[in-house]
Design a protein around this ligand. Sequence first.
Ligand SMILES: Cc1cc2nc3c(=O)[nH]c(=O)nc-3n(C[C@H](O)[C@H](O)[C@H](O)COP(=O)(O)O)c2cc1C
Ligand code: SF4
Length: 704
Amino acid sequence: MPAKSTPPSHPERPSRYDVLFQPVRIGPVTAKNRFYQVPHCNGLGYRDPSALATMRGIKAEGGWAVVCTEQVEIHYSSEITPFIELRLWDDRDIPTLARMADAIHEHGSLAGIELAYNGMNGPNLYSREVPMGPAHLPVATFSHEPVQARRMDRRDIDNVRRWHLAAVRRAKAAGFDLIYVYAAHGLGFLHHFLSRRFNDRTDEYGGSLENRIRLMRELTEDAKAAVGATCAIPIRISLDELQGEAGLTHPEVEDMIGLMADVPDLWDVTLAGWENDSRTSRFAEEGHEEAFSRGVKRLTTRPVVGVGRYTSVDRMVSLIREGVLDLIGAARPSIADPFLPLKVEQGRIDDIRECIGCNICVAGDFTQSPIRCTQNPTMAEEWRKGWHPERVRPKGSDRGVLIVGAGPAGLEAALVLGKRGYDVTLAEAAKELGGRVAGEARLPGLAAWIRVRDYRRGQIDKLANVRVYLDNRLSADEILELQHPVVVLATGSYWRRDGVGRVHTKPMRVNADADVLSPTDVMAGRLPRGRRVVVWDDDHYYMGGVIAELLAEKGYETHYLTPASEASTWTRATLEQHFIQTRMLRKGVRIQTFRALQSIERDHVMATCVFTGTANDIPADSVVLVTARWPQEELASELRARQPEWSDAGIQSVSVIGDAYAPATIAHATYAGRRFAEELDGHPVTGDELPFRREITNLLPVDR
Ligand SMILES: Cc1cc2nc3c(=O)[nH]c(=O)nc-3n(C[C@H](O)[C@H](O)[C@H](O)COP(=O)(O)O)c2cc1C
Ligand code: SF4
């Protein structure tokens, strides 16, 4: 229940935000404010425990009252290889988790742990144990592993209860203050027991609501009896599976919550599956889960935390004032800005680095690599590179820096170098800042991406030592005349128009009279000739799908061709693929998969089946090629050719960063900008030694 006292307001903070800094009682523990970092995985897990502990510690430093782990595997019979999460399989895992809890406690925050028995969600590729769930069903993972889970019998249920309890005790020993019972997202066995989609049992764990929640109740009560005097026991549950009557429905879950109203110490509510909960900004606005979470507080006296990519502080306040939530849950907003609560506390609202809702962070999990964030390039680099989202080390020299190009890489470099104290000149050829982001944010559904530019522009405006020149295309002559010792070229890239990409590594055959465009042309406002257009997507991220959507909206008869099995296939890693293909189909885009574009004629294209080579012609007045990009490296080549003139011009180095070096995602570009700015005047990176720390497995003695 929320505690009454309100701490004194910070002089710079509007008093209406004070409510966010009221402490909240959660069972036996108290959160110092209402900012709650809900569980989120990160691709670090058991492989990079120190990096993970440091990352969570920085969230606590940034003011989150509660900082949680990701889902933590509690038993070897329920692991989710290849995903890399934390493990609490036995006592030897306690020190890893204790390191994290300590890092969180150091800043006065509460440490939460989400215990997960994955059940049917884990194919057990590592342990090779047979997965278990409420029913005999194929494992329900993101890949279609040819593995089935077996139906748990009474003994299995007793075993898992015992294992869960052991994990609860270990979590307490590691120092955690909140120990979750995880029943959300369709990602754990409890959710599978709750949902009729998976639970067809006829015993006391199936059928009625009371029966389906039985196991969730038992695990909660077991945990409370064991550690409830000192640790809070929250339940994380999904309010709807959005599958209609086939799955968990909103009224049904509300009834379940009603049946267990005050059994847990907190209700943490989400949507299921994960793709519905962590929706990208292309498919959901901030607060998209509010319609579901709105009724939960009337079912319980326990505090309620909910999520919805919340970055608007006024909206957070109204959620509390209207009695929708007690705590503002955040995964992505806390990744994009680990210091969001502190900035609100200090009234520094303009300094908040708002999440753009792109889910590159989720892609880290799907690619088993350390989490990356488009907005916060320090994510997962806190320990291994010593980067901090707010602090930078002072400049290492008085050398002036000229940055050419104000896209995501140039802006990030200018901002961080400016904060380090360098004298920075940022020159941009266009009339507006942002580079690729300015163009892409005008495409359907990508408006929030402009935050990449706007956050950096706002911060740079505050730095007197960074001067920005728009509409200023610099030539090599001018760069030499300007006499800046450090020159950084962040001139971006443009999409190719010759078909070179993954399928064709050499230019494609194109009739001289054919109308061929690239995404760069479309973003510049050029429209295809005629009414029939083919979009050839050999890139596989969002661009091909977005262009097809845009052209269909404009009334073109749009054919989308891909050599992959589905549209925008890489967006599986950002949880968007299903939404993208659905939207394209609804907008009338004709999707042809497994097709390779072979040649472009004046009024048609020739495509072939990627398996049999069988050719078919598709009538087309125009073609948009979404293939590869050219780095804009002309300036770099010319400056390199004129290296003998550098010393007279006072130039010591010319570096190329971001897409101008090698085109990739916006997250790669902000990272490249950050990296240049962090490393300037630091230890030289020669490639002969690792430029980051890594944790090495501690070898056990070899048995002979
Ligand atoms: C990178 C990432 C990893 C996540 N991992 C977990 C997880 O391990 N356990 C969990 O319960 N939810 C997980 N989630 C879901 C979040 O906790 C949260 O419910 C969801 O992202 C919506 O909140 P947001 O809009 O504030 O991001 C994850 C979300 C993200 C973005
Ligand atoms: S990667 Fe994108 S969605 Fe994830 S936190 Fe960063 S900005 Fe938000």
